[in-house]
Design a protein around this ligand. Structure first.
Ligand code: FMN
Length: 192
Protein backbone atom coordinates (compact mmCIF):
# COMPACT_ATOMS: atom_id res chain seq x y z
CA UNK A 1 0.00 0.00 0.00
CA UNK A 2 1.34 3.42 -0.95
CA UNK A 3 2.41 5.48 2.05
CA UNK A 4 2.57 9.15 1.10
CA UNK A 5 3.41 10.23 4.63
CA UNK A 6 6.49 8.00 4.66
CA UNK A 7 7.53 9.18 1.18
CA UNK A 8 7.22 12.81 2.21
CA UNK A 9 9.17 12.09 5.40
CA UNK A 10 12.01 10.57 3.37
CA UNK A 11 11.98 13.51 0.92
CA UNK A 12 12.19 15.94 3.86
CA UNK A 13 14.96 14.05 5.67
CA UNK A 14 18.00 16.20 6.22
CA UNK A 15 20.85 16.69 8.62
CA UNK A 16 21.26 19.59 11.00
CA UNK A 17 24.95 20.40 11.68
CA UNK A 18 26.02 18.97 15.05
CA UNK A 19 27.21 22.38 16.23
CA UNK A 20 23.65 23.70 15.75
CA UNK A 21 21.98 20.91 17.72
CA UNK A 22 20.56 21.94 21.07
CA UNK A 23 19.10 20.44 24.22
CA UNK A 24 16.88 18.69 24.90
CA UNK A 25 18.25 15.46 23.54
CA UNK A 26 16.30 12.23 23.65
CA UNK A 27 15.47 10.85 27.09
CA UNK A 28 16.77 7.38 27.91
CA UNK A 29 13.40 5.97 26.82
CA UNK A 30 13.37 7.94 23.56
CA UNK A 31 16.94 6.87 22.84
CA UNK A 32 15.97 3.22 23.27
CA UNK A 33 13.02 3.76 20.93
CA UNK A 34 15.28 5.39 18.31
CA UNK A 35 17.76 2.52 18.57
CA UNK A 36 15.06 -0.17 18.54
CA UNK A 37 13.66 1.37 15.37
CA UNK A 38 17.00 1.88 13.67
CA UNK A 39 18.47 -1.59 14.19
CA UNK A 40 15.97 -3.11 11.75
CA UNK A 41 18.48 -2.96 8.91
CA UNK A 42 19.42 -5.32 6.10
CA UNK A 43 22.06 -7.73 7.42
CA UNK A 44 23.31 -10.43 5.06
CA UNK A 45 23.98 -13.50 7.20
CA UNK A 46 21.98 -12.07 10.12
CA UNK A 47 24.96 -11.90 12.45
CA UNK A 48 24.64 -8.26 13.53
CA UNK A 49 28.06 -6.94 12.45
CA UNK A 50 27.67 -3.73 14.44
CA UNK A 51 26.97 -2.26 17.86
CA UNK A 52 26.45 1.20 19.35
CA UNK A 53 28.18 3.22 22.07
CA UNK A 54 26.25 6.18 23.49
CA UNK A 55 27.76 9.40 24.83
CA UNK A 56 25.59 11.70 26.91
CA UNK A 57 26.13 14.13 29.76
CA UNK A 58 29.83 14.53 30.55
CA UNK A 59 30.92 11.48 28.55
CA UNK A 60 31.36 13.43 25.29
CA UNK A 61 33.61 15.98 26.99
CA UNK A 62 35.69 13.20 28.59
CA UNK A 63 36.10 11.38 25.28
CA UNK A 64 37.03 14.67 23.55
CA UNK A 65 39.64 15.35 26.23
CA UNK A 66 41.10 11.86 25.78
CA UNK A 67 41.23 12.38 22.00
CA UNK A 68 43.01 15.72 22.43
CA UNK A 69 45.56 14.07 24.77
CA UNK A 70 46.15 11.32 22.23
CA UNK A 71 46.48 13.84 19.39
CA UNK A 72 49.05 15.89 21.37
CA UNK A 73 51.06 12.74 22.22
CA UNK A 74 51.19 11.52 18.62
CA UNK A 75 51.81 14.96 17.13
CA UNK A 76 53.46 17.28 19.71
CA UNK A 77 53.38 20.14 17.17
CA UNK A 78 49.63 20.00 16.59
CA UNK A 79 48.11 23.51 16.63
CA UNK A 80 46.11 24.40 19.76
CA UNK A 81 43.05 25.09 17.59
CA UNK A 82 42.98 21.47 16.45
CA UNK A 83 43.18 20.25 20.03
CA UNK A 84 40.34 22.58 20.95
CA UNK A 85 38.30 21.08 18.11
CA UNK A 86 39.03 17.58 19.45
CA UNK A 87 37.84 18.61 22.89
CA UNK A 88 34.62 20.14 21.61
CA UNK A 89 33.76 17.55 18.97
CA UNK A 90 31.45 15.53 21.21
CA UNK A 91 30.02 18.32 23.33
CA UNK A 92 27.80 20.16 20.85
CA UNK A 93 24.85 17.81 20.78
CA UNK A 94 23.11 16.28 23.81
CA UNK A 95 23.65 12.70 22.63
CA UNK A 96 26.16 11.05 20.30
CA UNK A 97 25.89 7.46 19.14
CA UNK A 98 29.08 5.85 17.87
CA UNK A 99 28.24 3.20 15.28
CA UNK A 100 30.78 0.39 15.57
CA UNK A 101 31.23 -2.00 12.66
CA UNK A 102 32.34 -5.48 13.78
CA UNK A 103 33.92 -6.96 10.71
CA UNK A 104 34.75 -10.62 10.24
CA UNK A 105 37.31 -10.29 7.42
CA UNK A 106 37.44 -14.05 6.94
CA UNK A 107 33.77 -14.89 7.04
CA UNK A 108 33.24 -17.82 4.69
CA UNK A 109 30.08 -16.40 3.11
CA UNK A 110 29.57 -12.70 3.81
CA UNK A 111 32.19 -10.33 2.34
CA UNK A 112 33.55 -7.63 4.66
CA UNK A 113 32.06 -4.98 2.38
CA UNK A 114 28.56 -6.27 3.03
CA UNK A 115 29.10 -6.24 6.78
CA UNK A 116 30.35 -2.67 6.59
CA UNK A 117 27.38 -1.65 4.48
CA UNK A 118 24.99 -3.10 7.05
CA UNK A 119 26.65 -0.87 9.65
CA UNK A 120 26.24 2.06 7.23
CA UNK A 121 22.54 1.25 6.96
CA UNK A 122 22.32 1.40 10.74
CA UNK A 123 23.98 4.81 10.79
CA UNK A 124 21.54 6.14 8.20
CA UNK A 125 18.57 4.53 9.94
CA UNK A 126 19.58 6.30 13.15
CA UNK A 127 19.32 9.62 11.27
CA UNK A 128 15.86 8.64 10.07
CA UNK A 129 14.63 7.33 13.42
CA UNK A 130 15.97 10.36 15.28
CA UNK A 131 14.14 12.70 12.92
CA UNK A 132 10.97 10.60 13.10
CA UNK A 133 11.14 10.84 16.89
CA UNK A 134 11.15 14.65 16.64
CA UNK A 135 14.89 15.28 16.88
CA UNK A 136 17.56 16.35 14.41
CA UNK A 137 20.83 14.58 13.75
CA UNK A 138 24.06 14.56 11.79
CA UNK A 139 26.53 11.83 10.78
CA UNK A 140 30.10 12.92 11.45
CA UNK A 141 33.36 11.02 11.33
CA UNK A 142 36.82 12.61 11.72
CA UNK A 143 40.32 11.28 12.30
CA UNK A 144 39.39 9.19 15.33
CA UNK A 145 37.40 6.81 13.08
CA UNK A 146 40.66 5.88 11.32
CA UNK A 147 43.03 5.67 14.28
CA UNK A 148 43.67 2.47 16.25
CA UNK A 149 44.68 4.31 19.43
CA UNK A 150 41.41 6.24 19.32
CA UNK A 151 39.61 2.92 18.79
CA UNK A 152 41.22 1.64 21.98
CA UNK A 153 39.93 4.70 23.86
CA UNK A 154 36.47 3.55 22.80
CA UNK A 155 37.27 0.04 24.01
CA UNK A 156 37.05 -1.48 20.53
CA UNK A 157 38.38 -4.91 19.63
CA UNK A 158 40.83 -5.34 16.74
CA UNK A 159 38.02 -6.24 14.32
CA UNK A 160 35.93 -3.22 15.31
CA UNK A 161 35.96 0.34 13.99
CA UNK A 162 33.81 3.42 14.48
CA UNK A 163 32.17 4.26 11.16
CA UNK A 164 29.90 7.06 12.32
CA UNK A 165 29.21 9.37 15.17
CA UNK A 166 25.51 10.19 15.02
CA UNK A 167 24.94 13.47 16.85
CA UNK A 168 21.36 13.85 18.07
CA UNK A 169 19.59 16.84 19.55
CA UNK A 170 16.84 19.35 19.02
CA UNK A 171 16.88 21.63 16.02
CA UNK A 172 17.13 25.37 16.53
CA UNK A 173 16.99 27.59 13.48
CA UNK A 174 16.51 25.73 10.22
CA UNK A 175 19.85 25.78 8.34
CA UNK A 176 19.78 26.41 4.56
CA UNK A 177 19.10 23.36 2.41
CA UNK A 178 22.09 22.05 0.46
CA UNK A 179 22.22 21.29 -3.26
CA UNK A 180 20.86 17.84 -4.01
CA UNK A 181 21.40 15.70 -7.10
CA UNK A 182 18.34 15.20 -9.27
CA UNK A 183 17.09 11.88 -10.60
CA UNK A 184 18.41 12.42 -14.13
CA UNK A 185 21.94 12.93 -12.82
CA UNK A 186 22.03 9.58 -11.12
CA UNK A 187 19.62 7.28 -12.97
CA UNK A 188 20.35 5.77 -16.35
CA UNK A 189 19.00 2.79 -18.18
CA UNK A 190 21.40 -0.04 -18.98
CA UNK A 191 22.30 0.17 -22.64
CA UNK A 192 23.68 -3.34 -23.01
C1 FMN B 1 30.33 8.42 6.01
C2 FMN B 1 30.04 9.87 6.18
C3 FMN B 1 30.89 10.66 6.95
C4 FMN B 1 30.64 12.02 7.11
N1 FMN B 1 31.49 12.76 7.87
C5 FMN B 1 31.30 14.08 7.98
C6 FMN B 1 32.18 14.88 8.76
O1 FMN B 1 33.09 14.37 9.41
N2 FMN B 1 31.97 16.22 8.77
C7 FMN B 1 30.92 16.81 8.08
O2 FMN B 1 30.79 18.02 8.12
N3 FMN B 1 30.04 16.07 7.38
C8 FMN B 1 30.21 14.73 7.31
N4 FMN B 1 29.33 13.97 6.59
C9 FMN B 1 28.19 14.64 5.92
C10 FMN B 1 27.00 14.91 6.83
O3 FMN B 1 26.68 13.81 7.63
C11 FMN B 1 25.72 15.24 6.06
O4 FMN B 1 25.54 14.29 5.06
C12 FMN B 1 25.77 16.59 5.48
O5 FMN B 1 25.73 17.50 6.55
C13 FMN B 1 24.60 16.85 4.49
O6 FMN B 1 23.40 16.67 5.12
P1 FMN B 1 22.18 15.80 4.61
O7 FMN B 1 22.22 14.55 5.46
O8 FMN B 1 21.02 16.68 4.89
O9 FMN B 1 22.36 15.46 3.19
C14 FMN B 1 29.51 12.60 6.48
C15 FMN B 1 28.64 11.79 5.73
C16 FMN B 1 28.89 10.45 5.59
C17 FMN B 1 27.94 9.61 4.79
Amino acid sequence: MRNDVALQFLRDRRSVPAAALQPPGPTAGELREIVATAIRVPDHGKFTPWRLIAFSGEAGARYGEALADLHARVDPGVPAAKLAKDRERFTHSPVVLAVIARIDEHHPKIPAQEQLLSAGCLAYNLLLAAQAAGFAAQWLTGWSCYDRDAARLLGLADNERAIAYIHVGSRGEEPPERNRPNVDQVLSAWQG
